[in-house]
Structures are given as structure tokens and as C-alpha cells.
Write a protein that binds this ligand. Structure first.
Ligand SMILES: Nc1ncnc2c1ncn2[C@@H]1O[C@H](COP(=O)(O)OP(=O)(O)OP(=O)(O)O)[C@@H](O)[C@H]1O
Ligand SMILES: [Mg+2]
Length: 323
């Protein structure tokens, strides 16, 4: 494992007190912030201590989703090194047990943290005194987003049933996987091959992670074993949002199948959230749907996903205990 990987504690041995759940998806406007606010509020309503973190320094709005109109502190203070203690940026929300780290007032000239600052941020997030830390990644697949996605093994990818979103979701899985893999490779030469494979049109003709695996196994069997371990540990979780038809619901299973066939990755289909007109009303009221309209269809589906996250955590804890 190389230096950055060690700092990020990437890999099957990762463990932390708070469960860190980064939420991304590549595409903008698919409901990432809506899902973060509602899963966080849902778990808070069940009595768990939750911190929702807005990682979208260029499009911050998670504070509005949880009912804080003008945050008095923000992650931008940490990025600009005005505040070293992440704990001091935590704000209470109107929902008991739910706290927020906002991302407002970023410096337009340098909105993103440097890599060393990102590593520090990830370390501090892991140490927050909470049961769950949700991290809203914003759109895109740039390096910072991918690093954040790797902070936990619980990364959630939000997809809406539209070809553009599905396309971006595959791009997101591919970017996350290759980045994680490059960090896991111990040998410089194998890291170089991963970097070559990251160019979709590379001249070695490596088109999919499975083809890359065959190449690495041929060249360096020990690294091949590490590759397989990294593949097994990477279990992105899928949420299909804004669902209107039975076919939309099945999309989660077909994406799962494609991940298995072409990436060799076992994605988990965490669940779906239907299209619901009350979402718009709850956003306008600056309240999570599960709080404002707990009986609405979408709120029921969101609570179901929150319970599944809880059950997943309990299952992996008991697996850890049995080793
Ligand atoms: N299940 C749903 N039913 C109805 N409307 C929805 C649903 N999910 C999201 N929306 C609508 O989509 C809008 C965009 O959602 P949101 O801001 O959470 O997306 P995002 O992925 O965080 O966007 P960005 O990439 O810009 O951060 C919301 O304001 C909401 O009105
Ligand atoms: Mg958002």
C-alpha cells in the first residue's frame, strides 16, 4: 500500500467509529443532496447521532435542505485554514440528533482543498463524534470527489432513470474503482499500468477492469491478488431516485449486472425512491421530506433505505466480530 493509501486507510482493513457515507453519482441535479438530507434526517429521527457534511464547495445548498438559511460557519473556513478544528464548524439543525457542516462562502478563486488538506479533512471526518457522517459530494468525478468517495466502504451512488445519469454513474464507478486500485498497488510499474488503463483509448487495448486484472495477474501475481482483494472490498451502493415505472425500478438490477460483468464489482442495490410531488413542497419549506411529510410515498421509501443502511452496518460489524 502506498503513502496516500495508508493515509486514507483505503482497503478492507478500514475501520472507524462513525460510519462515513459519501454520496455521489457523477451527474448534477439527480437528488444527491435530497437523499443525504433525508437519509440523515431519517436516521436522526430513529435516535442515531448524525452529521451531514456538505462537500459541494462550489454549489453548497445542503444547509437549505436541513433548514439552516444562513450558516455561520462552513467547511470553507477549514479549506482556507481559518479553522483547524472541524468540530467547531458543526451546526445544530431544527431536527434533534441531526447536525450539519455547511459549505457556504467558499473562496471562488480556490474553492477546493489541497490534497494534504483533503487527507486531513477525511481523517477528521472519521473522528467526528457521531454514529453516522453523510458526505454530500456534489457533481462530477474530479480527484477530490473520488478521494472523498473512498473515505468509507459505504459510498452511495444516486442515479435517476435517464440515459445521461446512467452513463455518468458508470463513469463514476469506473473512476472510483481505478483510483482506488492505483492506490492499492504496491509496485510502481503496476501503478503505471493502472494509469495507462485509466485512458479509455489506451494503446495496450485494456478496456475494462477485468482485462486489466488479466494483464496484472500475468505480469505480477502478487499484485493480481491485491487487485482481487480491492475489487472485493469495493461495494458501491446504488440508489435509483425519481422512479416512475416498474422498469425504472429494475434499472438498479441491470446496473448491478453490468458492474459485475464488465467491472468485476459487486454493487449493492440499496433501494429506490419514487417521484413524489411533495418533494418540491418540502424543499420549498426547507425541511427534509421525512420530517415534513413522513407519510408521503417517497418518505416511506427513504426510511426503508435508511433501515437497510443500519442493517448493513450491523451485518458488517458482526462479520468483523466473527473474524
Ligand atoms: N424523488 C423525487 N421526487 C420529486 N422531485 C425530486 C426527487 N428527488 C429530487 N427531486 C427534485 O430534484 C431537485 C434536485 O435535487 P438535489 O438538489 O438534491 O440534486 P443534486 O444531485 O444534489 O444536485 P447538484 O448536483 O446540483 O448538487 C430537488 O430540488 C427536488 O425538487
Ligand atoms: Mg447537491
Amino acid at each position: 500500500m502506498n503513502k496516500l493509501a495508508a493515509k486514507l486507510r483505503v482497503g478492507p482493513e478500514s475501520s472507524h467509529r462513525a460510519r462515513l457515507i459519501p454520496v455521489g453519482g457523477g451527474k448534477g441535479g439527480v437528488g444527491k443532496s435530497f437523499i443525504v438530507a433525508n437519509l440523515a434526517a431519517s436516521l436522526a429521527r430513529m435516535g442515531h447521532r448524525v452529521v451531514a457534511v456538505d462537500g459541494d464547495l462550489e454549489g453548497a445548498n445542503l444547509h437549505t435542505c436541513v433548514g439552516i438559511p444562513r450558516p455561520r460557519a462552513s467547511l470553507a473556513d477549514f479549506v482556507a485554514q481559518r479553522e483547524e478544528d472541524l468540530g467547531k464548524l458543526i451546526l445544530d439543525t431544527p431536527i434533534p440528533n441531526l447536525q450539519l457542516i455547511a459549505a457556504t462562502d467558499g473562496n471562488l478563486a480556490t474553492p477546493q482543498p489541497t490534497q494534504s488538506r483533503r487527507v486531513r479533512l477525511m481523517r477528521e471526518l472519521r473522528e467526528l463524534d457521531a454514529d453516522f457522517v453523510f458526505f454530500d459530494l456534489g457533481a462530477g468525478t474530479h480527484a477530490a470527489v473520488m478521494d472523498y468517495f473512498m473515505i468509507g466502504d459505504d459510498g452511495v451512488i444516486v442515479i435517476v432513470p435517464e440515459p445521461t445519469s446512467v452513463e455518468n454513474a458508470y463513469g463514476f464507478v469506473r473512476a472510483a474503482f481505478y483510483r482506488r486500485l492505483r492506490l492499492a498497488m504496491a509496485s510502481h510499474n503496476m501503478r503505471k499500468i493502472v494509469t495507462i488503463a485509466m485512458d479509455q483509448r489506451n494503446e495496450r487495448g485494456i478496456r475494462t477492469p477485468l482485462e486489466l486484472l488479466r494483464e496484472i495477474q500475468r505480469l505480477d501475481p502478487a499484485e493480481g491478488t491485491r487487485f482481487v482483494e480491492t475489487m472485493r472490498a469495493f461495494r458501491p451502493r446504488l440508489v435509483i431516485n425519481d422512479v416512475r415505472t416498474a422498469e425504472d425500478i429494475r434499472l438498479g438490477f441491470s446496473i448491478q449486472g453490468v458492474c459485475r460483468k464488465f467491472f468485476g464489482i459487486e454493487a449493492e442495490y440499496l433501494g429506490y425512491v419514487n417521484h413524489d410531488e411533495s418533494v418540491h413542497r418540502s424543499v420549498r419549506a426547507m425541511r427534509p421530506l421525512v420530517d415534513a411529510y413522513p407519510r408521503s410515498d417517497a418518505a416511506v421509501y427513504l426510511s426503508r433505505i435508511a433501515r437497510k443502511l443500519l442493517a448493513d452496518g450491523a451485518a458488517s460489524r458482526s462479520r468483523e466480530g466473527s473474524i
